[in-house]
Ligand binder design. Structure first.
Ligand code: CUA
Length: 332
C-alpha cells in the first residue's frame, strides 16, 4: 500500500511543475492542454491505478479461494478461526491512507480549478439556444463579440458565464474544465493554456433540439497575435458601450466614477471590495452582486444610503447589464 501512496505523491509533485508537453492523451483521456489538466489527470491516474491494483488482488483471491475450497478431502474439517487482529487493522488502516490521499489530491485540484488567479484575463461567455458568444472588454469599457473563444497562450483566462435562456454547460475536455451556465446568475471557470492550438468546446447539459450541435472552439494564440486580433476586432465597432450606457440610463445621476459621494455610492475602485450593508451584514462586490444591485437594488442596500434606486429589471438587456458591469470593473 505504502509504495502506491508514494507513487501518487510523486505524480502530484510532478503535476505541479507544469504540463508535460508530451501528454497526447491516452485510451481514457483526451490530450491535456491546460495547466489544470495535469493536476486533474494525476488524481485520475491515482484513482485508476489503485482500482486496478485492488481489482487484480480481489479477482486472484476469489479464483484461489474458489479452487481451494471446492476440493473435498475425507475427514478434513475447517479450522475454528475467531478473528485476526493484524489482518483487520491492516485492511482498515491501509485503505484509509489511500482514501485520505484521494480526498486530499482531489480537493486541492478542485480548489485550484474553482478559484481563478486574481490577474486573469477576463472573457464573458454567453450560452443560448444553440450557440456560444464570447465577449471581450476593451480598456475603455466597451465590449465586442466573437463566436470563437480566442485566448492568449501562457495567460490565465477567467470565463464569466451566463445563459440567455435555459441551462447549458460549458465543457472543454482538453482543458478538463466544465461548469453549468445559468440564466440570471454568473458562474466562473478559468484555464491557462501553455501552448498554441485549437480545442473543442461542447455544451454538456441537454438544452433542446440542437444541444449536440451547440459547439465552438477555443483558439489559443501567441500573446502578440492575440493583441493584433483584439485590435482588429475592437476597431470593427463595440457591441455595448459602457460609458455611454452609464450616462444615458441614469446611472451617472446618482453614482460618481471619481470617488465623490452622490445620492448613491461611488463606483470608483468598488469592484472586488467588501461593502457594508444597511442590515449590518457585508457583501463582496462581485458580478452577481452588481447584477442584483442593477435589477433589484432594494435587495442589498449599502449602509448609509436610502433605498431610492428604481429597479432596472426589464429595462436593460442582458448585454447592457454585462456591458455596465464590464465598465464598472474598468473603474478600478
Ligand atoms: Cu446548450 Cu446543451
Amino acid at each position: 500500500m505504502t509504495p502506491l501512496l508514494f507513487t501518487a505523491l510523486a505524480a502530484q509533485a510532478q503535476a505541479q511543475e507544469l504540463v508535460r508537453p508530451d501528454r497526447d492523451g491516452s485510451f481514457w483521456l483526451p490530450p491535456a492542454a491546460s495547466t489544470l489538466a495535469t493536476e486533474i489527470d494525476a488524481v485520475w491516474d491515482y484513482i485508476y491505478y489503485v482500482d486496478v491494483f485492488f481489482f487484480v488482488v480481489m479477482v486472484v483471491a476469489i479464483v484461489f479461494l474458489f479452487v481451494r475450497y471446492k476440493q473435498k478431502h475425507e475427514g478434513e474439517r475447517t479450522a475454528d478461526i475467531k478473528g485476526n487482529h493484524t489482518l483487520e487493522i491492516a485492511w482498515s488502516v491501509g485503505p484509509t491512507f489511500l482514501l485520505v490521499a484521494m480526498f486530499w489530491m482531489g480537493f486541492k485540484a478542485y480548489m485550484n480549478s474553482a478559484v481563478p488567479p486574481a490577474d486573469a484575463y477576463e472573457v464573458k461567455v454567453t450560452g443560448q439556444k444553440w450557440f456560444w458568444t464570447f465577449t471581450y472588454t476593451t480598456p475603455d469599457g466597451k465590449t465586442f463579440d466573437s463566436d470563437k473563444l480566442i485566448a492568449p497562450k501562457g495567460t490565465p483566462v477567467k470565463l464569466l458565464m451566463s445563459s440567455k435562456d435555459v441551462l447549458h454547460s460549458f465543457f472543454v475536455p482538453d482543458f478538463r474544465i466544465k461548469k453549468d451556465v445559468l440564466p440570471n446568475r454568473y458562474t466562473v471557470l478559468w484555464f491557462e493554456a501553455p501552448w498554441e492550438g485549437e480545442h473543442q468546446i461542447y455544451c454538456t447539459e441537454y438544452c433542446g433540439d440542437n444541444h449536440s450541435r451547440m459547439l465552438s472552439t477555443v483558439q489559443v494564440l501567441d500573446p502578440q497575435d492575440f493583441n493584433v486580433w483584439i485590435r482588429e476586432k475592437s476597431a470593427a465597432g463595440p457591441v455595448t458601450d459602457g460609458p455611454t450606457l452609464f450616462a444615458t440610463k441614469g446611472c451617472a445621476g446618482c453614482h460618481s466614477i471619481d470617488g465623490s459621494t452622490l445620492v448613491g455610492p461611488t463606483l470608483k475602485g468598488k469592484f472586488g471590495t467588501q461593502e457594508k450593508l444597511a442590515d449590518g451584514t457585508s457583501v463582496t462586490v462581485d458580478e452577481n452582486y452588481l447584477r442584483e444591485s442593477i435589477v433589484a437594488p432594494a435587495a442589498k442596500v449599502v449602509a448609509g444610503f436610502s433605498p431610492v434606486m428604481p429597479p432596472y429589471a426589464g429595462q436593460l438587456t442582458d448585454e447592457q447589464i454585462d456591458g455596465l458591469i464590464a465598465y464598472i470593473k474598468t473603474l478600478n
